[in-house]
Design a protein around this ligand. Structure first.
Ligand code: NAG
Length: 99
């Protein structure tokens, strides 16, 4: 009985950790796209976005991304919001005018 509870707790915690690091979908960007863009939106040494990242960004909902500008969620993912907002321009994509 006790062991069973521990196993369940372990699974839940593993699930949460997985949720935090991998199975994320951000504004129509899938995991793969986010991972591809991550080096470009993390401090201290952001790199230029790769074609894979730009491709993913093309399919993303940029007005949605915009709404995360002041959210604590991006930093909690290790993403620098300022870099994230500047990213579409680096891929020759336009941010929504009301961003
Ligand atoms: C993009 O995101 C905004 C804000 O979250 C939402 O209102 C809009 O419906 C989304 N557009 C698409 C095409 O999913």
């Amino acid at each position: 009985m006790e062991t069973g509870k521990l196993v369940v707790l372990g699974l839940v915690m593993a699930g949460l950790m997985l949720e935090g690091s991998r199975a994320i979908s951000l504004c129509d960007m899938n995991d793969e796209g986010i991972e591809a863009c991550k080096p470009s939106v993390t401090q201290p040494n952001p790199v230029d976005p790769t074609p894979v990242c730009c491709e993913a960004l093309k399919g993303a909902n940029l007005s949605c991304l915009c709404s995360y500008k002041n959210s604590m969620w991006l930093p909690s993912l290790g993403i620098d919001p300022a870099l994230a907002m500047a990213l579409p321009a680096k891929c020759n994509l336009d941010m929504p005018p009301d961003c």
